[in-house]
Write a protein that binds this ligand. Structure first.
Ligand SMILES: C[S@@+](CC[C@H](N)C(=O)[O-])C[C@H]1O[C@@H](n2cnc3c(N)ncnc32)[C@H](O)[C@@H]1O
Ligand SMILES: [Zn+2]
Length: 324
């Protein structure tokens, strides 16, 4: 994490009166990159770790690691400082070994590979892509949405559930700074690796929950929500987006409404009901998205001979009133 990014981060436990976090940088590389450290709240003393450059801002760290047993084990082996090792070990005693699992979006989980393929690793030699009558780039969805955005030299953009950061890094070419957040540690680490490979300096990433974010209210000029609705309570998600957007700022949603894919008991939305929910939640849908649903192709390669082909709906909306 770039050490200056700490200035943007608040403790998650004081929503009404935000408290900034203090950085205890334990291992710094290249003068400004905190590779290992703790973000500390002077008010409630909670410590949020930075591991391999990735800040992890979640309220319940025990629960977070209990869903990522293998990832947690790898941190214990790889950490550079005794202070971090001791911090991590504290949680080992609080884990119930029988309840430890591995999240599908972490490195060993079955959804990590498909997103890596879609965002970065596909080639047009791929048998499925070769079969299609017209060239469809798996990144077409992101390129179409972000490519059409005007340049905003001043603005700050946020990408929720950013996975490996393809869209976040595209946003950094349009906005003065872009931030990507995701609950998957492995995806954020990969996103940061791609960012430094591309020598991009006006973006940053952190692990956080899209409905409980460590940022000031009214901070962002744009929020991107791509393929996330099936994973999060939509009412909480819209309240979170509403809080973070500046007045009249824009949110862009893209989704295939594929609730079959996710084993959650959430309100199942479709193009019509999501538009209604948006209008009831303090957003005004842009005329073009109001009139018709979009059908933009999006492809995930889930195994060597297995693909998911989606048509994704896209909705652009702006924040217009108080959240109900
Ligand atoms: C279906 S993928 C979409 C990724 C990316 N936006 C895209 O379109 O390629 C959903 C992502 O959301 C993340 N995720 C799930 N629940 C989340 C939450 N509550 N907050 C933030 N990210 C979450 C997952 O780890 C996963 O990377
Ligand atoms: Zn605090």
């Amino acid at each position: 994490m770039n050490i200056k990014f700490a200035n943007h981060l608040n403790c998650l436990f004081h929503r009404e009166k935000p408290i900034k976090l203090t950085l205890d940088a334990l291992h710094v590389v290249d003068g400004n990159e905190c590779f290992e450290g703790l973000l500390i709240c002077e008010q409630c003393n909670i410590r949020y770790p930075i591991i391999e450059g990735v800040p992890i801002l979640v309220k319940d760290f025990v629960s977070y690691v209990s869903h990522r047993g293998a990832t947690y084990g790898s941190w214990l082996l790889a950490c550079k400082t005794l202070k971090m090792k001791n911090f991590l070990k504290e949680f080992a005693y609080r884990l119930n070994p029988e309840g430890v699992s591995n999240d599908r979006y972490e490195h060993d989980g079955h959804w990590f590979g498909p997103y890596k393929w879609t965002q970065y690793d596909f080639t047009f030699d791929d048998p499925f892509l070769k079969l299609l009558k017209r060239d469809i780039k798996p990144t077409e969805l992101y390129d179409r949405i972000i490519g059409r955005m005007p340049l905003s030299m001043e603005g700050l953009a946020l990408d929720l559930g950013c996975s490996m950061g393809y869209a976040t890094l595209q946003l950094s070419h349009k906005y003065s700074y872009s931030v990507g957040i995701d609950l998957s540690y492995s995806s954020i680490r990969e996103a940061r690796r791609r960012m430094s490979q591309a020598n991009i300096r006006n973006a940053e990433f952190c692990v956080a929950d899209s409905v409980d974010l460590p940022f000031d209210a009214l901070k962002f000029d744009l929020i991107l929500v791509l393929n996330l609705l099936e994973l999060v309570d939509s009412n909480k998600l819209l309240a979170s987006i509403h809080r973070l957007l500046k007045p009249h700022a824009e949110a862009v949603f893209a989704d295939p409404y594929d609730y079959n894919r996710e084993p959650r008991q959430l309100l199942e939305l479709d193009g019509k009901s999501f538009r209604e929910l948006l209008s009831d939640s303090g957003f005004e849908i842009f005329e073009k998205s109001r009139k018709a649903e979009a059908f933009i192709p999006w492809i995930l390669k889930i195994a060597n001979r297995v693909y998911l082909f989606y048509f994704v709906d896209v909705i652009r909306a702006s924040k217009v009133s108080k959240h109900r």
